[in-house]
Design a protein around this ligand. Structure first.
Ligand code: PLP
Length: 406
């Protein structure tokens, strides 16, 4: 290696001294005090598109921000560290993260993905398949026979999403990863719904972890971003090469905001989860509610599995109203603390009607087959006071009982 250049000196590499510290400490202290130029406590935001070559023959550590940027590098290292990966590539959105993983494939390679994966992911895989780039098979991962049949076709990538959206179905990470690897596939897990605080797929056999950092990692609903973590340095290098080649790397300011969000990830997620647990109990007992989908409930089919592979049950749940679509719509309009909006994972609580909002693009028959009923409501819990949220929810639901009786 050549002598360290000036740009290498301005931000120290992520301190290996952080090893042995708790994840919460590592998330909070990522890049703190690492600025060598002015000894800034918080890592500076490097907006510069380009960097000076001290010696035209020697490429500096940072030369052009599409390729590498000091602010983005700190965020990438912090996410990789929390997921237990060898490194990460930070990109411009969760969809860019999924597409970046697809760059690891060759023409005609087969991808196996869950039938109820994130809608944008399904659209992307279908569009790439329709153009002849790849083959995509959508299956129910809880159906062992369907999985074996798909794996017998020799996929190169198995994409897992657990818990699923919006029914919070749980996929067995160890079992599916082991089978997929035996079939010669790379295993990628979209870990957006839980964050590394509650689930670390690499520990269970995944090669790649995908994040929409738009959700929990940034956590303040003011950045759209994504990241891919890999368990192996060679994979990280291939992903970084493609991200630079196709130009999908994230903007420095987005990385700076996301790094700020990441510092409170553990506090937020624990608080959000507590709110979701209390609400799940309330909903399960409420007469207006026909069914609650939350892995933390003993009644959830994935409860035991979630308890095994997750460090918590998460802060997203869905429930079906006995009064159907009309009751769900009434409830949504009566909620005051839950804004009716798509997305999840922010500090603010959100309510969504998958039938009419996030999943409206899926043909009606497929929606019903997937268990997305017209009266289904998905809630993403924020960090507001639990008492306030529960009172808001109970108030809106009591009206649903009355409107049903009327
Ligand atoms: C939101 C989301 C995505 C897409 O992320 P964007 O940042 O919106 O592009 C992918 N997967 C899951 C599970 C998501 O929730």
């Amino acid at each position: 290696m050549s002598q360290p250049t000036k740009s290498e000196e301005t931000t120290a590499p992520i301190e290996t001294a952080s090893r042995g510290l708790a994840p919460q400490t590592r998330a909070t202290s990522a890049g703190i005090g690492a600025d060598r130029a002015h000894r800034a406590v918080i890592p500076p935001l490097y907006l510069s598109a380009n960097y000076v070559y001290d010696d035209p023959g020697v490429k500096p550590a940072y030369d052009y921000s599409r390729t590498k940027n000091p602010t983005r590098a700190i965020l990438a290292d912090a996410i990789a560290d929390l997921e237990g990966g060898a490194g990460a590539v930070v990109v411009s959105s969760g969809m860019a993260a999924v597409d970046l993983v697809l760059q690891l494939l060759k023409a005609d390679d087969l991808i196996v993905a869950p039938h109820d994966c994130y809608g944008g992911t399904r659209r992307l895989l279908n569009a790439r398949a329709a153009r002849g780039d790849i083959y995509a098979a959508f299956i129910d991962f809880t159906d062992a026979e369907a999985l074996d049949t798909a794996l017998a076709r020799g996929p190169k990538l198995v994409l897992i999403e657990t818990p699923s959206n919006p029914l919070l179905r749980i996929t067995d990470l160890v079992a599916v990863s082991r089978k997929a690897k035996a079939a010669g596939a790379l295993v990628a897990v979209d870990n957006t719904f839980l964050s590394p605080v509650l689930q670390r797929p690499i520990e269970y056999g995944a090669d790649l972890v995908i994040h929409s950092t738009t959700k929990y990692l940034n956590g303040h609903s003011d950045v759209v971003g994504g990241a891919v973590v890999a368990n192996d340095a060679a994979l990280v290098e291939r992903l970084a090469w493609w991200a630079n080649c196709t130009g999908v790397t994230g903007a420095p300011f987005d990385a700076w905001l996301s790094l700020r969000g990441l510092r409170t990830l553990h506090l937020r997620v624990r608080e959000q989860e507590q709110n979701a647990r209390l609400a799940a109990d309330l909903l399960e007992k409420h007469p207006a509610v026909a069914r609650v989908h939350y892995p933390g409930l003993a009644s959830h089919p994935g409860h035991a599995l979630a308890a095994r592979q997750q460090d918590g049950f998460g802060a997203i749940l869905s429930f079906e109203l006995a009064g159907g679509h009309a009751a769900a719509q009434t409830t949504l309009t009566r909620l005051k603390l839950f804004s009716a909006a798509a997305s999840v994972g922010g500090v603010e609580s959100l309510a969504c009607l998958p039938w009419a909002m996030t999943h409206a693009g899926i043909p009606e028959k497929e929606r019903l087959e997937a268990g997305i009923a017209p009266g289904l409501i998905r809630l993403s819990f924020g960090i507001e006071d639990a008492g306030d949220l529960l009172a808001d929810l109970a108030g809106a639901l009591d009206a649903a009982v009355i409107s049903k009786a009327a």
